[in-house]
Design a protein around this ligand. Structure first.
Ligand code: RB5
Length: 145
């Protein structure tokens, strides 16, 4: 399991906390930035993480901004990416089990670090159930306008 992780300035501190969590749990990752709370444009880092996952070099992506919304919208523009904005543990679990989400997004200005850790733990450990959900995920992947 190899994780691509990134944030803008609004999500920098939570990204650093998630890196601690990944290290504590022996999960390998690469940090795609940003590296401080200095203002950057979130679509840039979101695209970098999403393309790293869609290209197959990384198994999953985690992206943080102030709300999680902007990076989620941007990541979902990348072919093959199913980014899920999750601020509760149940949604995080279902985004893996039913939606086969390959990117998790969160907002540093929305949730606390403890909840974010619990969300990442559940999201990382939940497998896709397949079956009828595989058909629906294939329908999502086929949605191109
Ligand atoms: C940055 O101020 C903020 O807009 C960004 O972190 C994110 O919340 C966008 O969706």
């Amino acid at each position: 399991m190899l994780v691509a992780i990134g944030s803008d300035h609004g999500g920098f501190r939570l990204k650093e906390e998630i890196k601690l969590f990944l290290n504590e749990n022996g999960i390998a990752f690469r940090d795609f930035g940003t590296n401080s709370t200095e203002s950057v444009d979130y679509p840039d880092v979101s695209r970098a993480v999403a393309q790293a996952v869609s290209g197959g070099q990384y198994d999953r992506g985690i992206i943080v901004c102030g709300t999680g919304v902007g990076v989620s919208i941007a990541a979902n523009k990348v072919k093959g990416i199913r980014a899920a904005l999750c601020h509760d543990v149940y949604s995080a679990e279902m985004s893996r089990a039913h939606n086969n989400a390959n990117v998790l997004t969160m907002g540093e200005r929305v949730i606390g670090f403890g909840l974010a850790r619990a969300i990442v733990a559940k999201w990382m450990s939940t497998e896709f159930e397949g079956g009828r959900h595989a058909r629906r995920v294939a329908m999502i992947d086929a949605l191109v306008e």
